[in-house]
Every structure is written in structure tokens, then in C-alpha cells.
Ligand binder design. Structure first.
Ligand code: GDP
Length: 526
């Protein structure tokens, strides 16, 4: 029987981030194949069949329980690896960001032909906030790609992180010969589909003349030049990787499984066991026998017959055992977590035990909120909260039937409490008309659907032009007197703080110029 320390030490929990179509699903699938967690390639994909965004129930049915982010676990070389998936553009939501709070590192998949794309940038920003290690996989080398040096430079320039290429591609597309492993001084040869086949490799120093025979003079010369250029640059620094300031870069082709295994091996070598999390009583020892966890996501059950919700928590210390009594710090209540489950690719499984680093989903009788802490009875510390992320889409919302005022207020407040949407007040107006802000537009559909089905309220919804929201830190006039440009408005949150919603970064210039006493908070979190 492995000890608690051994079980925890072998855990790695990472989020996989990318812009849609870069190859995140394909890479995840290949990871799972290595772990034997799924029998055949295609299973992850099948679950994600594209659905019309308007049909929420259909989305639920097709994708199983997790319409937003899901968790997958697999074993490889003695490690137990948890992958947190971050959903694509259609179902992008605050949950996507919150999922990143549960990871200890991130794998960023970049399409070699496209480079850094908008969604990569957004997700990266949140990872960078947490200073977690970020590994870059530059994918689709079997296709024509951009120049690899240019790609690395783009990552550095656009994302503000240093890079260190662990391996270097030899050509791309039809000319793709493989990669050169800089440390091991070894070429891994590309030969189409690699899964199940052993990848041919050859140990060869760059200056060795056999390199010319093997690759041809032209390719060999190019490889020497490029690797020399890299060598003149930055040294590898493990501490910088762990601090999240240096991203190890790997080139490969997920579709043909080329480069996936070396990537996984280096990833496991460079990452550590789950890192301690900070609570209001200081850092909590991951290896302590006492279980503790925080809730990072709550998902309402769309099945009307079961009003329960599912709360996802990241275990931060100790061991979780089913049917044991735990303690919910925020409510002060003792509880047993019923039907705890993990997700193995397409299936859900009831778990009997889980360890620090793991993610479990439990039925929530309406007790939990995002950021809550669960511990063992007697321990009352709280993990630091999960930030709220700046919404990018806004709608003015009111009930179609003014007689439904009460249900409307109850519904909007409850759904906002779950963290599915953010609601704001229009200063001076009543609660029968509010502004709803979301990170991804699918959240509007979900909100509308749930208001109708759970609260029996049809909504009148009007799109608003804002795409930014900042907390007003200070102002030297009454909020009514703020000089606004078109496409800007003053809102209020439920703690009665004032915020400014506006359209485009340029409005900030206008607003600050015309309101010299106005200071806006410069942060993602509101
Ligand atoms: P996701 O949206 O990031 O999850 O991307 P997918 O994994 O669904 O991949 C998007 C498309 O790119 C699919 O058609 C994949 O088959 C294809 N793809 C993924 N990886 C590679 C690769 O290494 N080479 C090539 N040629 N195509 C790839």
C-alpha cells in the first residue's frame, strides 16, 4: 500500500489551454491513450459534437454532465495525472477561468501555422496571474507552419514570458523530418502516424558530419544555425520554469502522436507534486493527513427532476474518503459529501478516495458557493477566494411580464450567486431591470433557459455595447455627474460599489480626460 505521501507526490494537476482548433482535444486524447484511460482515439471528440448554442438541454445531453469544463484522470509511469479541460469559444465562460484556479500548471497548445491567438492570450493571462508553470506545445508541425524562431519570439513578445525550446523542429509540413532534442543531443525522426510504433531516434552531436548524411546538407546546416542561435540565447532555468517566468517549448504533431511522449516525460520531470495553497491561517501542508479542499465551480443540474447542483472541488491537502464527516467552513456545518465522483474521459465514476491534487464533484444541496472551503471538523481555515473575472458581454434584462417581478429578482440573484452570471444594478433604478454581464455569450442562453424553466419568467433582453468593466476606485463627484461618452455607463454591484462599463479601451482615454478625479481599478478582478 502506498503511503499518503507517496500517493500525493505522484499527482500532477494541469489545465490545458488553447485557442479553438489548435489541437487541444487531439493532444488530450493522446495523453489519455498513453495512460490507457480511453480505449480508442475519438472518444473525447465524440463527446464534444458541436451543438446549436440555443439548445441548452441538447448541449447537456450530448456532452454528458459537464457542459463547461471537465476533468480527466490518467496514470502514466507511476504518476496520476489530472487534466482540467478549458472549453472552446462557444461555451467559454467564467468557469473556464475558474478552472485555472484549480490547476498547478498549464499546457498551452499553439497551432504552428497561427501562433498566439486571442483565446490563448486570455487564458494565459489568468495562468500568469497565478505564476504557475506554463508549458508550450507548438502543434501541427506535420503541416506548413510559421518559422519556429518567430513563433517563440511571438510567445515572448505577446505573452510576456521567456521561452526555452527543449526540442527544435527540422522542417515542417511535407519536409518535416522530426525534432532535435537539445539536451540529449538526439534526433527523433518523424514518420507519419507514430502511435504504437517506436519512434526512430539517433544520438548525434550537431557538429557530427553524419548529421549531413542523415538530414541532407541543407537541413543539417539550418538546424545547426538555429540551434546555435538558441544556444547563444537563454539558458534553461528550472526555477524560472517553476516560477512561471520561463516556458519550456516543445514542437510536435498531436494528430500523429509525434512528440507527445517526450513532452509528457519532460513535463513530469519539470513539474512538482501539488503545491501548497494559501489560507487565512497561512500555507496549508499538502501532505497533512487532514483533508481540505476549495470549491472552484458549481454546476446546476439541468434535469428538472433533480434540482441539485454539482460542486467541483480541488483537494488541497490530505486524503478524501467517502462517507466521512467533513466540515463546510462558510456555513459552519458538518456534512458527508454524497456521491463524490471523478470523470474519466467520457464516464463518471464514484470515487471512494481521492488525494491532494485531485478534483472531485459532489452533489450540492445548495450549500456551497464558489471559493468555499471544506475541511475536517475542528479546522476552520479558509482558502483565499477565487477572483471574479471581468465580463465582456452585457445585456439589459427585465421580465416580460411585470407581474413576475418577485420571481425575476429571486432567479437572477440565485443564478448570480452560483457564479453563472454577474448582475449589476442601474443606479437609482429598481431591481426589476438589471444589467447581466458574462464572459462567454452561451451564458446568456443558459441564463434565459433557466429563468424560464426554473423560475417561470420570460425575459426581455437587450444587448449593450460595453465590453469592459472596471471598478471605480475613487471619484471626486457624485456618480451621476460623471461625464460619459456614448457606449459607457455607471453601474452598481450588490455591495453598492460603483463600476464603469464601456465600449473599447479607447473610451478610457475619453473618460479619464473628462473626469480628472476618476480612478479606475486596473485589474481583471472586480
Ligand atoms: P481543439 O479545438 O483545440 O480541441 O482542436 P482539435 O483537437 O479538435 O483539432 C482541431 C483540428 O486540427 C482537427 O481537425 C484535428 O484533427 C486537427 N489537428 C490536431 N492536431 C493536429 C496535428 O498535429 N496535425 C494536423 N495536421 N492536424 C491536427
Amino acid at each position: 500500500m502506498p503511503t499518503l505521501e507517496e500517493e500525493i507526490s505522484r499527482r500532477r494537476t494541469f489545465a490545458i489551454i488553447s485557442h479553438p482548433d489548435a489541437g487541444k482535444t487531439t493532444l488530450t486524447e493522446k495523453f489519455l491513450l498513453y495512460g490507457g484511460a480511453i480505449a480508442q482515439a475519438g472518444e473525447v471528440k465524440g463527446k464534444r459534437a458541436k451543438a446549436a448554442t440555443s439548445d441548452w438541454m441538447e448541449i447537456e445531453k450530448q456532452r454528458g454532465i459537464s457542459v463547461t469544463s471537465s476533468v480527466m484522470q490518467f496514470q502514466h509511469n507511476g504518476f496520476c495525472i489530472n487534466i482540467l479541460d478549458t472549453p472552446g469559444h462557444q461555451d467559454f465562460s467564467e468557469d473556464t477561468y475558474r478552472t485555472l484556479m484549480a490547476a498547478d500548471s498549464a499546457v498551452m497548445v499553439i497551432d504552428g501555422a497561427k501562433g498566439v491567438e486571442p483565446q490563448t492570450r486570455k487564458l494565459f493571462k489568468v495562468c500568469a496571474l497565478r505564476h504557475i508553470p506554463i508549458f508550450t506545445f507548438i502543434n501541427k508541425m506535420d503541416r506548413e507552419t510559421r518559422d519556429p524562431l518567430e513563433l517563440c519570439e511571438e510567445v515572448e513578445r505577446e505573452l510576456g514570458i521567456d521561452t526555452y525550446a527543449v526540442n527544435w523542429p527540422i522542417g515542417c509540413g511535407k519536409e518535416f523530418a522530426g525534432v532535435y532534442d537539445r539536451e540529449k543531443q538526439r534526433i527523433l525522426f518523424f514518420s507519419g502516424e507514430t502511435r504504437g510504433k517506436k519512434v526512430n531516434s539517433m544520438e548525434v552531436a550537431l557538429e557530427d558530419p553524419t548529421l549531413d548524411e542523415t538530414l541532407g546538407t541543407e537541413k543539417a546546416a539550418k538546424l545547426r544555425d538555429e540551434v546555435e542561435l538558441l544556444g547563444a540565447g537563454r539558458d534553461f532555468d528550472m526555477q524560472a520554469v517553476r516560477n512561471g517566468t520561463l516556458s519550456p517549448v516543445f514542437f510536435g504533431s498531436a494528430l500523429t502522436t509525434f512528440g507527445v511522449e517526450p513532452f509528457l516525460e519532460e513535463f513530469l520531470r519539470m513539474t512538482t507534486a501539488p503545491l501548497p495553497r494559501v489560507s487565512d491561517q497561512g500555507e496549508v501542508d499538502v501532505f497533512s493527513p487532514d483533508f481540505s479542499a476549495f470549491v472552484f465551480k458549481i454546476q446546476a443540474n439541468m434535469n428538472k427532476a433533480h434540482r441539485d447542483r454539482l460542486a467541483f472541488m480541488r483537494i488541497c491537502s490530505g486524503k478524501f474518503e467517502r462517507d466521512t464527516e467533513y466540515y463546510h467552513v462558510q456555513s459552519g456545518k458538518k456534512l458527508r459529501l454524497s456521491q463524490p465522483q471523478t470523470m474519466m474521459a467520457a464516464e463518471r465514476e464514484i470515487v471512494e478516495e481521492a488525494y491532494a491534487g485531485d478534483i472531485i464533484g459532489v452533489f450540492d444541496p445548495g450549500l456551497f458557493a464558489i471559493g468555499d472551503t471544506i475541511t475536517v471538523p475542528g479546522k476552520k481555515f479558509r482558502y483565499s477566494g477565487i477572483p471574479t473575472f471581468e465580463p465582456e458581454h452585457f445585456m439589459r434584462v427585465s421580465p416580460k411580464d411585470t407581474m413576475k417581478r418577485k420571481q425575476f429578482i429571486k432567479g437572477t440573484e440565485q443564478i448570480a450567486q452560483e457564479g453563472a452570471i454577474q448582475i449589476f444594478k442601474i443606479p437609482g433604478a429598481g431591481l426589476e431591470e438589471v444589467i447581466v454581464g458574462v464572459v462567454g455569450t452561451l451564458q446568456f442562453d443558459v441564463f434565459e433557459y433557466r429563468m424560464k424553466n426554473e423560475y417561470n419568467v420570460d425575459l426581455r433582453m437587450t444587448s449593450l455595447p460595453y465590453d469592459h468593466l472596471r471598478l471605480i476606485e475613487s471619484m471626486d463627484c457624485h456618480p451621476d455627474e460623471i461625464v460619459l461618452c456614448t457606449g459607457a455607463a455607471v453601474l452598481q454591484d450588490f455591495r453598492d460599489r460603483y463600476l464603469l462599463a464601456f465600449d473599447g479601451e479607447w473610451s478610457v482615454g475619453f473618460l479619464t480626460k473628462h473626469n480628472p478625479g476618476l480612478v479606475l481599478a486596473d485589474t481583471l478582478s472586480v
